[in-house]
Design a protein. Sequence first.
Length: 86
Amino acid sequence: MARFLPGAKISSVHGQMKMIGDRYVIPMFHPAAALHQASLKPAILADFAKLPQLLEEARRGLGRAIADSPTVPDAAPEDPKQLSMF
């Protein structure tokens, strides 16, 4: 994080997308931080929940549509299961 946001504190910038040069950066707590500080878990979950919206905003800012994103090759349909971070 220090490379992209020198002097910033993760506690004040987490979950906020920033344009750095020609890239978007979204600083976030490492998920394992919630194992050491349970009080961070709600913030981590909220930041991860905002990711789809932030990524769509970044795509629009770069002039890309979701269809322009890399796709996964066709595979046999499978019922995906959401894993828990905790």
